[in-house]
Design a protein around this ligand. Structure first.
Ligand SMILES: *[C@@H]1O[C@H](CO)[C@@H](O)[C@H](O)[C@H]1NC(C)=O
Length: 281
């Protein structure tokens, strides 16, 4: 009896730790099965890339590869475009540098990352960015680099920041302006209800549980559109995301420490494809 009393909690703890250690990806084919496999992360401010998107970025840069035709594996082409320097407090120059360092940590290479400072796209909690301007600003990057998948916020923008939730509408505008054969696909990061947002590592456990349960009930005759791409970080990737966040020195005020400790988005990203013409952005 006493053996059981000690060994059972130990067993449960070791199981949980084991589950937390490993990254997990589900239905990523939807995002990866494009012809060029050139993926663009579109953000609004320096630090979005690690506060919200790190599980996806790290999975794409560290855990996924493409074949180069001769059987050799090479890294995926992951690009990053931030549409403001984050100058709301006059720290634009500093934050531009911090973004570069953060992307170094996340594995997005120089030459594949850009930051835009446009008068019509100011870093401002109360400013909605115009979809036509976003479409125009992203166009040269998307076209020149044959981007076929764009990852960005959804219409709630995770934190309800209007700069965030302006982005999917801007991308849809770009897609509408583009000939059918060269249109990229748009995926939005799903905003979860507040009650699920700050559950820390439990988010990883629950997301993995969901994926496993979904696999149990998997019905291959069902259309793929019901399957959402999910990226769950392991403890190693979570730690890398923290390192990236620490590069944003100007932003590490006390409540951001709380954020990185408890936010679900440091562990889990779920995506939904946004079709053209959908109002659901
Ligand atoms: C944000 O925009 C509002 C008006 O929309 C303006 O009053 C305010 O000064 C702006 N804030 C910054 C930091 O530029």
């Amino acid at each position: 009896m006493s053996v059981l009393r000690f060994s059972l909690p130990l067993l449960v703890i070791s199981l949980l730790v084991n589950v937390l250690l490993h990254p997990l990806t589900s239905n990523s084919d939807a995002i990866l099965s494009t012809p060029n496999k050139n993926i663009l992360l579109l953000t609004a401010h320096p630090d979005d890339e690690c506060m919200f998107f790190a599980p996806t970025v790290l999975s794409l840069t560290k855990h996924h590869h493409v074949e180069d035709g001769e059987g050799n594996e090479k890294p995926l082409n992951v690009f990053s475009l931030a549409l403001s320097v984050g100058d709301a407090e006059g720290l634009g120059d500093t934050r531009r540098e911090e973004l570069g360092k953060s992307l170094d940590v996340l594995g997005v290479q120089r030459g594949k990352r850009w930051i835009v400072d446009h008068p019509e796209l100011p870093d401002n909690m109360t400013t909605h960015w115009d979809a036509n301007i976003i479409a125009k600003v992203i166009e040269p990057y998307v076209r020149e680099h044959h981007i076929d998948t764009i990852l960005t916020f959804d219409r709630h923008g995770i934190s309800s920041h209007p700069n965030h939730f302006s982005l999917p509408a801007g991308v849809l505008q770009y897609i509408a302006n583009t000939p059918v054969e060269s249109r990229p696909r748009l995926y939005s990061l799903i905003t979860v209800p507040l009650i699920h947002k700050y559950i820390g590592p439990a988010a990883s456990l629950l997301a993995k549980f969901d994926v496993k349960i979904a696999a149990l009930f998997d019905d291959s005759t069902r259309a793929n559109i019901h399957k959402i791409p999910v990226f769950v970080s392991g403890a190693g990737d979570w730690w890398t995301a923290i390192q990236a966040m620490l590069e944003h020195k100007s932003q590490m005020v006390w409540f951001r420490w709380l954020y990185v400790a408890f936010s679900r988005y440091m562990w889990v990203n779920e995506w939904i494809e946004v079709p053209l013409g959908s109002m659901d952005v």
